[in-house]
Write a protein that binds this ligand. Structure first.
Ligand SMILES: Cc1cc2nc3c(=O)[nH]c(=O)nc-3n(C[C@H](O)[C@H](O)[C@H](O)COP(=O)(O)OP(=O)(O)OC[C@H]3O[C@@H](n4cnc5c(N)ncnc54)[C@H](O)[C@@H]3O)c2cc1C
Length: 511
């Protein structure tokens, strides 16, 4: 039995904590904030509740990677999921799912109707995306396959890969230029990259079909359309994301683990390149055999571990980690039924087709004030208990620079929130007259919540040729997990899956 300390009670720390406690080790988690969950949390005020981070999440069906984590721990039934989809509105047209289902290519066909001169290009692009989706489906199956069936899947993967190999080194921007002429179509498939604050010229081409899964836009698109295997599904967590956090908390406590809040880890105790324990900011020292840290990689390795304890090559790796930017969020309690203006709980409103320019400006600290796009999420539509009877809980959020080029988020929070509401009123007229409760969250609030000096909403940016912080560090007994670590595939499921993989790898080292 080892004493294992985990720094950070976000979903990365909680997932690792659950697996390590399950294996019989003594787990103790230290969280600097008064609440656990990190950005996977639910905020409540005056009868309204809103989710802070993830909203419509991928891969949580029982047989999918994140769902399997809950199954491994026997807590799947503690959380209620609702499979769903979201809307997409572009600057010049919308891609809301049609009332009558027109088959799994309805988005392609609608685009053909709008851009007839691109019809052949759209058909070719959708053929390419089918191949990539099949590749992904097979690789997901390989993860759990064994013996001969694993070998056969690997062979199939190899042959299928040959059919898209020519695009392996291409960027998303090059891919779109190869298929399409019209920027408005390119914008449909590139729009989500603005959310990742990643330029299309930096993002891998093969990632484009993966982030534009058709099921995300219409739940009626079957998950399994070929023998390659099922494609990812999308779910809401009923009652808010905190239900997921509570299920993990209960599990860890029931397995002898301990979770400490209001406990910022200030430094590590290290002797002869081996971790000995942690030191809290009140000076308390706690010994441990193993430490797993999550949160900001630069903040952790430079402020908590200290550059002097790390080899220069490792320091360079950490400096080189590309980060996403932050978010500006307004949570509202309203007495207006938003369904008149938005027909589903979640919709992305893309304001520009120039994703490359939007990302450059955001990284330079220039806030778009909602003009480049935002999303509107109404969790009380799927979870009525998140608002009082007849009222609605609504979140409006958009990508925003961690630091502004002019002024600070604290100084400009009201001004920018008013401007974002003005943009939102283009979708929901007179929204401001129906506000009963308002909670603003700026990047400054997210920095406090996550203990980061650079809040990166989804962690490391998925840029070709770049990586996150290595999960195995040069210090014996010190491991790194979370949304800024090396192998995480991003988002909530990717972060949780990475914690599972690292925990299993760590457990093997004890044998
Ligand atoms: C607005 C928003 C929307 C999102 N939308 C989606 C989505 O739709 N789908 C999706 O899949 N993902 C989404 N994500 C991303 C996803 O939520 C994150 O990738 C994931 O939750 C990260 O988990 P984590 O544990 O790595 O980090 P965090 O949740 O940030 O947790 C890290 C924790 O470590 C603590 N900590 C850090 N340093 C210390 C220290 N020294 N001492 C003590 N505690 C410390 C922090 O306080 C924090 O609680 C979204 C994120 C945000 C912010």
């Amino acid at each position: 039995m080892k004493k294992i300390i985990i720094i950070g009670a976000g979903m990365a720390g909680l997932t690792a904590g659950a697996y390590l406690a399950q294996a019989g080790h003594k787990v103790e988690i230290f969280e600097q904030f008064p609440k656990i969950g990190g950005v996977t949390a639910t905020l409540s005020k005056e009868g309204f509740s809103w989710d802070l981070g993830p909203m419509l999440i991928q891969d949580f069906r029982r047989d999918e990677p994140a769902g399997k984590i809950l199954e491994d721990l026997g807590i799947y039934d503690k959380v209620q999921f609702l499979q769903s989809d979201r809307g997409l509105v572009m600057p010049e047209f919308d891609l809301w799912k049609p009332e009558k289902y027109n088959g799994r290519y309805w988005r392609r066909d609608k685009l053909i109707g709008l851009f007839p001169s691109e019809s052949e290009n759209l058909i070719k692009y959708y053929q390419f995306r089918e191949k990539v989706q099949n590749l992904m489906a097979i690789s997901r199956r390989i993860e759990t396959a064994t013996g001969i069936s694993k070998l056969l899947l690997q062979l199939r993967l190899f042959f299928l890969f040959q059919r898209v190999k020519d695009k392996r080194a291409m960027s998303a921007a090059q891919l779109m230029d190869e298929f399409f002429k019209d920027d408005a179509i390119k914008g449909v498939f590139l729009g989500l990259l603005a959310d990742f604050v990643t330029k299309p010229s930096e993002f891998p081409a093969l990632g484009i079909p993966i982030i534009n899964n058709e099921n995300a836009f219409d739940i009626r698109v079957p998950l399994q359309v070929t023998s390659a295997g099922p494609r990812p599904s999308y779910q809401y967590i009923l009652g808010g994301m905190e239900k997921l956090v509570s299920a993990f908390e209960e599990y860890i406590l029931a397995h002898g683990g301990k979770i400490n809040i209001n406990s910022p880890v200030d430094s590590l105790m290290i002797q002869k390149n081996q971790v000995q324990g942690i030191r809290l900011n009140n000076g308390t020292e706690i010994k441990a055999d193993i430490i797993l840290a999550s949160g900001g990689a630069k903040e952790f390795f430079f402020n908590v571990v200290g550059r002097d304890n790390l080899p220069p090559t490792f320091v360079d790796k950490i400096i080189d980690i590309p980060l996403m930017e932050s978010v500006h969020m307004i949570h509202l309690g309203i007495d207006l039924d938003p369904r008149k203006f938005q027909r589903a709980a979640l919709c992305y409103y893309i304001g520009t087709n120039d994703v490359e320019g939007a990302v450059v400006r955001c990284r330079e600290g220039v806030y778009h004030e909602g003009k480049d796009g935002f999303l509107i999420y109404v969790p009380s539509l799927h979870s009525p208990e998140m608002a009082p009877d007849g009222k609605f809980a609504m979140t409006i959020y958009t990508i925003a620079p961690n630091k502004l080029d002019s002024g600070t988020w604290t100084e400009r929070r009201e001004e920018f929130s008013e401007k974002l509401l003005v943009e939102t009123e283009k979708i929901i007229p007179n929204l401001r007259e129906h506000i009963l409760v308002k909670e603003i969250m700026t990047p400054a609030d997210f920095r406090t919540r996550t203990y980061q000096s650079h809040h990166a909403f989804g962690g490391r940016a998925p840029i070709m040729g770049k990586s996150g912080a290595p999960h195995k560090t040069p210090i014996e007994g010190l491991w790194f997990i979370g949304s800024q670590s090396d192998k995480t595939a991003g988002g909530l499921p990717g972060t949780m899956l990475h914690s599972k993989i690292v925990s299993k790898e760590l457990l093997k080292t004890f044998l």
